[in-house]
Write a protein that binds this ligand. Structure first.
Ligand code: FA5
Length: 356
């Protein structure tokens, strides 16, 4: 072994000195990791010490300067400190996870608190009204009849004594598909189809969608009518009165009166508009907004079936008599619920629909 020169001396690091520095690094790490509560911060700290350019790695480079016989001892210290760092990281991360789990478990949940109820849906107001009408009329023995919405001119007008060119056509502004086919303007067309398909007696209601070129707060281009028809021997106007009065009382839940005002519909004779007593003021408030102080609200048209119509469907007008009526379902629901714009039924606004 050659003599130790001055220049080689400055490269010699004593084992003792290196061991002290390694131990210091281990202690520094232990102090630095202690307050950390975030996994990323812990990983960053670990890299600062153990990464390729980390402090431990830098110090290990000094190993080469330690006298050969001491390297084993120093190496063992390095390994112990490195294991210590690795174990400290694992222990700290475990501790954090345990703390998080404990916090989860410790979070108090009051299982007796009421939950949030899902809001159940319900039928649209018009569907509800539709079903009520069916129930009320079925109690009186009326059966349900249906007809097409795209209708022939014959069923919608001709057979109802409204031939082409008749001024009464102007009462219902019509959507024509062609000269002989229309979107039905009223459910009275179902009267004709029913009488064509069965002999008397007849006792039907026919609810359904109809179309007119109408558009304002109380009139819509598409709306729902309900037609009623009763044909038998000896049917009289007083039967019509009884049926409609019963309907109004059942639907409005009050002993409201009805009255007839003479009116013209070509397919009934006599014909009348039906009014009911105002459901809001009962006729007692001259400033009532609903009935405009008249005490009465119009609900539809009616009358005794014209013998001409019986002629169109092959019924013996000498033997059979009948009454018919037609009303708007939107209007009936508007009167009962104070709805002031017919469009509200069709716009699908949940704030409106939920109220019913
Ligand atoms: C008729 O439609 C006749 N077919 C009724 C009838 C049947 C008379 C049987 C005699 C015998 P009217 O056009 O008046 O009649 O309509 C009846 C009801 O439908 C009206 O009272 C009104 O409540 C409703 N109605 C009419 N047009 C509209 C519309 N554009 N929007 C909403 N409702 C309407």
């Amino acid at each position: 072994m050659g003599a130790v020169t001055a220049s080689s001396l400055e490269f010699i690091v004593s084992a003792q000195e290196l061991i002290v520095r390694i131990e210091e690094l281990g202690n520094q790490f232990a102090a630095a990791i202690e307050p950390l509560t975030d996994e990323q911060e812990i990983r960053n700290l670990q890299a600062q010490y153990m990464g390729r350019k980390g402090q431990v790695s830098q110090l290990m480079k000094q190993m080469g300067k330690v006298p050969a016989q001491d390297r084993r001892t120093v190496g063992e210290v390095f390994n112990r400190v490195k294991e210590g760092i690795t174990d400290a990281v694992a222990a700290r991360l475990d501790a954090l996870e345990e703390a998080a789990q404990a916090a989860d478990l410790a979070r108090t949940v009051d299982v007796s608190l009421p939950g949030r109820r899902p809001r159940p849906g319900h039928l649209h107001l018009l569907t509800q009204v539709h079903e009520e009408f069916r129930a009320i009329f079925s109690e009186l023995g009326f059966e349900l009849a249906e007809g097409p919405q795209i209708e022939t001119d014959f069923h919608c007008f001709e057979a109802l004594a409204i031939p082409k060119g008749h001024p009464a056509r102007d009462m219902q502004d019509t959507f024509y598909i062609d000269d002989d086919v229309v979107l039905r303007t009223h459910t009275s067309s179902v009267q004709i189809r029913t009488m064509q398909s069965q002999p008397p007696p007849v006792k039907i209601i026919s609810p359904g969608v109809v179309y007119r070129r109408d558009d304002d707060p109380t009139h819509s281009p598409m709306f729902t009518q309900l037609e009623g028809l009763m044909v038998d021997e000896g049917v009289r106007f007083s039967d019509l009165h009884g049926v409609l009065r019963h309907l109004v009382r059942r639907f409005f839940g009050e002993a409201l009166e009805i009255r007839f005002r003479p009116s013209y519909f070509p397919f009934v004779e006599p014909g009348a508009e039906v009014d009911m007593q105002c459901s809001f003021c009962k006729g007692g408030d001259p400033s009532c907004r609903l009935c405009k102080g008249t005490g009465w609200l119009e609900i539809g048209g009616s009358g005794m079936v014209d013998p001409d119509v019986f002629g169109h469907v092959g019924y013996d007008a000498e033997r059979w008599t009948g009454f018919a009526f037609g009303m708007g379902m939107e209007r009936m629901a508007m009167l009962r619920h104070g709805v002031n714009d017919i469009k509200l039924y069709y716009e699908g606004d949940m704030r409106f629909l939920r109220q019913f």
